[in-house]
Design a protein around this ligand. Structure first.
Ligand code: SAM
Ligand code: SF4
Length: 336
């Protein structure tokens, strides 16, 4: 049978990377991500594990090579390991090059071994502070020791760990070097993320939280020699090597436009909405086509139609002390 045509958007970008949010629920309530009181979706709204499998399989058939599972907290979705294990067949066939996840680490102690057995090789763990009191303040629920045990379990299972730190002014700006040292001591990669204006987060003020990565990098350069690396991921991350430690550190500045031209990714929410740009409201529905027919032709055509609408770039803007381009949905909706 002929290979179907790959997914190419109107700006000639080939879509190779799919992020799927498998739940909007989470055991944490991070201050930049959720409000204290969140209303979560009724379970019937969510794609079932079988539907998630069909969807991911359809994308892989259309040329997606990298699949990242996210949420909410993906590891709090019931039986989610069944889905990971189902994806192993695409790794085995070679169609899928990488299966990975972004997690808050709370359940890693429990699942790291099974994830590794399913073919996961790398995991991104969000960890904004090494201070127990601050950790509880940021996550409103979490326990640092549980996450640290999760990191140990991930490494013991052979998973490569990358720590994601959201840069928060007045919160973790005094922990830049402790975090860098921690990552170096444990041989973990490290990426800093600029906080983004997404969703109603209650009383927290976005501009108060905003710590520019330009400032963060300048602070880092006071102590270390940083060499820019050419390496790009098709996403908003830029990397430097710290010459003194050999570490690779990433900076994700989604508010800049310097990556949109190479953007190779799309996101699907746990209800089957496809967002072709993190920074735009526009989306299409894949759940109805999924449920309309067991024949994947309907789904495939809906995916192609959505990709034809992928915008050229996004509209975030923190300039002039206003949070323009504010996106009404929460990050936990699209999964970051
Ligand atoms: N629960 C998992 C976790 O925390 O890693 C996966 C989902 S979480 C929404 C994905 C990533 O988005 C995390 O690294 C989190 O820190 C980041 N994030 C959430 N809200 C954000 C915001 N407003 N600005 C920047 N990053 C954000
Ligand atoms: Fe949960 Fe992740 Fe959002 Fe924190 S960032 S509330 S862990 S989904």
């Amino acid at each position: 049978m002929d290979q179907p045509a790959p997914l190419i958007d109107p700006f000639q970008r080939a879509i190779r990377y799919l992020r799927v949010s498998v739940t909007d629920r989470c055991d944490f309530r991070c201050v930049y991500c959720m409000s204290e009181t969140m209303t979560f979706l009724p379970r019937a709204e969510l794609l079932t594990l079988e539907e998630l499998d069909r969807l991911a399989t359809a994308f892989i058939g259309l040329g997606v090579e990298k699949l990242r599972i996210t949420g909410g907290e993906p590891l709090v979705r019931r039986d989610i390991l069944t889905f990971f294990r189902a994806m192993t067949r695409h790794l085995d066939s070679g169609a899928l090059k990488e299966l990975t996840l972004t997690t808050n680490g709370s359940q890693l102690e429990k699942y790291a071994g099974e994830l590794a057995a399913a073919g996961v090789r790398r995991v991104n763990v969000s960890l904004d502070t090494l201070n127990e009191r601050k950790f509880t303040k940021i996550t409103r629920r979490g326990r640092l020791d549980q996450v640290l045990r999760g990191l140990d379990a991930a490494q013991a299972a052979g998973l490569r760990v990358k720590i994601n730190v959201v840069a928060l002014k007045g919160v973790n700006d005094d922990e830049l070097f402790p975090l860098v040292d921690f990552a170096a001591a444990h041989d973990m990669d490290l990426t800093f993320i600029e906080v983004m204006p997404m969703g109603d987060i209650g009383n927290e003020d976005r501009l108060d939280q905003y710590w520019s990565l330009k400032d963060l990098r300048a602070q880092l350069a006071e102590r270390f020699t940083l060499t820019d690396l050419a390496e790009r991921s098709g996403g908003p991350a830029r990397y430097v090597r710290v010459e003194e430690t050999g570490q690779k550190i990433g900076f994700i500045t989604p508010l800049s436009h310097n990556f949109c031209e190479s953007c190779n990714r799309v996101r699907v929410t746990c209800t089957g909405e496809i967002y072709t740009c993190l920074g735009q409201e526009g989306h299409s529905d894949l759940r109805a086509p999924l449920r309309a027919s067991t024949d994947d032709a309907v789904l495939t055509e809906a995916i192609r139609a959505a990709i034809r609408l992928k915008p050229k770039g996004h509209d975030f803007d923190y300039s002039r002390q206003r949070v323009d381009g504010q996106i009404s949905r929460h990050m936990s909706h699209t999964g970051g």
